[in-house]
Design a protein around this ligand. Structure first.
Ligand SMILES: Cc1cc2nc3c(=O)[nH]c(=O)nc-3n(C[C@H](O)[C@H](O)[C@H](O)COP(=O)(O)OP(=O)(O)OC[C@H]3O[C@@H](n4cnc5c(N)ncnc54)[C@H](O)[C@@H]3O)c2cc1C
Length: 555
C-alpha cells in the first residue's frame, strides 16, 4: 500500500507474527508460545480493543450431559442454509469443552448459579440453552481482560500495541515472509517470520450503521487479497436488527434479550409489524427481523423503527441498566419513550479461506477468527458461535503452526524495498479522507445493505473504483488513508461477490433474485495471475463489471 525503503526499515524476527490480539489471535499466540515459539502480537490500537471486547451474549458450548454435540451441529447446519462445511462444524462444536477449560484456567469468570452450575442462556437458532456468559452481558470484556493478562504474563510472547500492519511481505513465489507495519511513532518496521497469522477481526466499519468498534476495517482480508490469498463468501454480512439510532450516540447493540422480555417493534405510528413478517414475530431470526425493520423504515419514510418497552415483564430500567443509561443522557426514559433502532452491520461471515487448522492458500500465511472463512457459519451465523470458532481455531492454528517446520528466511526475504509508488506528497489537491470514508459507509448501507439489487451494486462498484483511484493516487500515506483503502478493497470484493451470487440465501437478500437456488455454492475470489490459464470452473459465471484481475468461481 505504500512506498518504503528496506535499507532504512528495522527488521525484527520472530518464530510467529500474529496480527490481532482479540480472542482468535490471543489464543493462537498463547498456544504457539507454550510450544516454545517466540511470538509477536501486533495490535493497531490498545491490546484490548476489538470486536471481542464488545461481545455480549456469550460462548455457545456443549458442556453437560443434557445437551449434545449432535444437537449443536444440527442447529448450526440448519441456520447455515446449505453452506456450512459439516466436518468443520463438527470439529468446532466438539472443541468447546477444551477451549472453555483453557479460558477458566486463565481466570475467566463465567456466571454460575448459586449451586455452582453454569448459567446458560438460549439464543435464536439454538435448540438448547447452551450459551455461557460472564457478568451478564459483558462476556467479551471479561474474556479480553483474561487474555490480555495471559499475554502479558506468557513467556515468549511480545505484544506491540499501536502498531498498524500495512501489508504482508512475500517472496516472488508467494511465500509469506513477514509484515510491514507502522509503529506508534510513525516509523516503518518489518516483522519477519516464515509464519504469519491474520486475526484482524471484522469489517463492520465499511457500513455507516455498525455494532463494530473503529478498528474493524477489514485490514487482514484486504492484505490477504493484495498478497494473492483465496477469499470466500464475502457477500454474507450479518446485520443486527436493533442498533440504537440516536444522532450523537454510539450505535449500541440492543440485544434480543430485550425483545425476549416482551419489547415490541413498532413504527412511527405505533403499529406493530413483526407479527405479519414471521410466526415468531419479534423473536424471528435476525435476518428476517432486519429485513422487516428495513422494509418498514422505507414504507414509513422514517430513519428508524422503535422498541417499545412499556409492556415488558418488570422494570425496564432495572432489567436493562446499560441501555437505560445511554438513553437517559439523550433525555429518554425507556419505560415510557420508545427507543429508536435500526439494523447495523454486525458480523462478516466471509473471509480468508482456511482449512480446518487455519492454513490459507498462501504458504506461510494462516488466518483465524472473524477475518477467516472456515466454513462454520455457512450463509448465516448462529448467535455465540463466533467466539467459539475463534477459541477452537486459535488453539488449532497455534498447535499446527508450532508443528510446521520453519522456513529459513534469507536476507532476500526482505529485499523488495524499492519504491512501489509515490503517494500524496506532491499532490496539489487536499483529499478529505473523513468525507470519502463517510461516503463509502453511507453508500454501502444503501446499496449493499440488508437488501441489494444488481443496479445498486453495479453503481456501487463504479463509485468504489473511482474512490480507490483517488485515494491511491492522491492521499497522504498515513493510517487513515490505509484503513480507507482496506475498507474500499473489502467493500469492492464483497460487492463483486454479492453481484455474482444471483440468488437470495441466508443473510444475503437480493430483491431482484429473491429465490434460493437448488444447489448451494460458495463464492471464491482469488487474484488471477498474469498469463494464467483460466479453467472452465472459473469462467462458468462471468461477472458483469468485475475487475479482470480477479477470478470468481463457485465451488
Ligand atoms: C457488539 C458485538 C456483540 C457480539 N456478541 C457476540 C456474542 O455474544 N457471542 C459471539 O460468539 N460473538 C459475538 N460477537 C462477535 C465476536 O465478538 C467477534 O466475531 C470476535 O470477537 C472476533 O474476534 P477476533 O479475534 O477475530 O477479532 P477482534 O476481537 O475484532 O480483534 C481484532 C484485532 O486485530 C487487530 N488489528 C486489526 N487490523 C490490524 C492492523 N492493520 N494492524 C494491527 N492489528 C490489527 C485489532 O487491533 C484487534 O486486536 C459480537 C460482536 C460485536 C461487535
Amino acid at each position: 500500500m505504500t512506498a518504503f525503503d528496506s535499507r532504512h526499515v528495522p527488521a525484527y524476527r520472530f518464530d510467529l507474527v500474529v496480527l490481532g490480539g482479540g480472542v482468535g489471535g490471543a489464543f493462537a499466540a498463547l498456544r504457539a508460545a507454550e510450544q516454545g515459539l517466540s511470538v509477536a502480537v501486533l495490535t493497531k490500537a490498545a491490546a484490548r480493543e476489538g470486536n471481542t471486547r464488545y461481545a455480549q451474549g456469550g460462548v455457545a458450548a456443549v458442556l453437560g450431559e443434557e445437551d449434545s454435540f449432535e444437537s449443536h451441529l444440527a442447529d448450526t447446519l440448519s441456520v447455515g442454509c446449505g453452506l456450512c462445511e459439516r466436518e468443520v462444524v463438527e470439529g468446532i462444536v466438539r472443541g468447546a469443552p477444551e477451549a472453555v477449560e483453557r479460558l477458566l484456567a486463565m481466570g475467566t469468570a463465567f456466571d454460575r448459579t448459586s449451586a455452582g452450575d453454569w448459567q446458560r442462556s438460549r439464543e435464536g437458532g439454538h435448540s438448547f440453552p447452551r450459551v455461557i456468559h460472564a457478568h451478564g452481558d459483558s462476556t467479551g470484556r471479561e474474556i479480553q481482560r483474561a487474555l490480555c493478562e495471559a499475554l502479558a504474563a506468557a513467556d515468549g510472547v511480545t505484544c506491540f500495541p499501536d502498531v498498524f500492519a500495512l501489508d504482508l511481505l512475500s517472496t516472488d513465489s508467494g511465500r509469506v515472509t513477514g509484515v510491514l507495519a507502522e509503529t506508534g511513532r510513525g516509523e516503518f518496521a518489518a516483522f519477519c517470520s516464515s509464519r504469519v497469522l491474520l486475526a484482524t477481526g471484522g469489517a463492520g466499519q465499511v457500513y455507516r450503521e455498525t455494532t463494530n468498534p473503529p478498528v474493524a476495517t477489514g485490514d487482514g482480508v484486504a492484505m490477504a487479497a493484495r498478497a494473492g490469498a483465496t477469499l470466500r463468501d464475502l457477500e454474507f454480512v450479518q446485520f443486527h436488527p436493533t442498533c440504537l439510532y440516536i444522532a450523537g450516540a454510539g450505535r449500541a447493540l440492543i440485544s434480543e434479550i430485550v425483545r425476549g422480555h416482551g419489547g415490541l417493534l413498532v413504527d412511527r405510528n405505533g403499529n406493530r409489524f413483526m407479527s405479519d413478517a414471521h410466526p415468531d414475530a419479534e423473536l424471528a431470526p435476525r435476518d428476517v427481523v432486519s429485513r422487516a425493520v428495513f422494509r418498514r423504515m422505507v414504507e414509513t419514510g422514517d430513519t428508524s423503527v422503535y422498541l417499545d418497552l412499556s409492556q415488558v415483564d418488570g422494570d425496564p430500567q432495572h432489567l436493562f441498566p446499560g441501555i437505560s443509561r445511554v438513553c437517559s443522557v439523550f433525555g429518554m426514559d425507556i419505560a415510557r419513550d420508545p427507543i429508536p433502532v435500526r439494523p447495523g452491520a454486525h458480523y462478516f461471515i466471509g473471509g480468508v479461506l482456511t482449512d480446518g487448522h487455519g492454513r490459507t492458500s498462501l504458504p506461510g500465511l494462516w488466518a483465524v477468527g472473524e477475518c477467516a472463512s472456515t466454513g462454520l457459519h455457512g450463509a448465516n451465523r448462529v448467535g455465540s458461535n463466533s467466539l467459539l470458532e475463534c477459541l477452537v481455531m486459535g488453539l488449532r492454528a497455534g498447535t499446527a503452526i508450532a508443528e510446521e517446520v520453519p522456513q529459513a528466511l534469507s536476507a532476500a526475504a526482505f529485499a523488495g524495498g524499492e519504491k512501489r509508488r509515490d503517494t500524496g506528497s506532491d499532490s496539489v489537491l487536499d483529499i478529505n479522507i473523513e468525507d470519502l470514508t463517510y461516503s463509502l459507509k453511507s453508500m454501502m448501507w444503501r446499496q449493499m445493505g440488508v437488501e441489494r439489487d444488481a443496479a445498486g451494486m453495479g453503481e456501487a462498484l463504479e463509485k468504489i473504483a473511482f474512490w480507490m483511484r483517488v485515494v491511491e493516487d492522491l492521499a497522504e500515506p498515513e493510517r487513515r488513508s490505509w484503513a480507507l483503502l482496506n475498507m474500499l478493497t473489502v467493500a469492492r470484493l464483497a460487492t463483486l461477490s454479492a453481484l455474482d451470487r444471483d440468488e437470495s440465501r441466508g443473510v444475503h437478500y437480493r430483491v431482484d433474485r429473491p429465490a434460493t437456488r437448488a444447489e448451494a455454492c460458495h463464492t471464491l475470489i482469488r487474484p488471477k495471475l498474469e498469463g494464467q490459464q483460466v479453467t472452465r470452473a472459473e469462467v462458468s459465471r462471468p461477472l458483469a463489471g468485475a475487475s479482470p484481475s480477479y477470478a470468481i468461481h463457485e465451488s
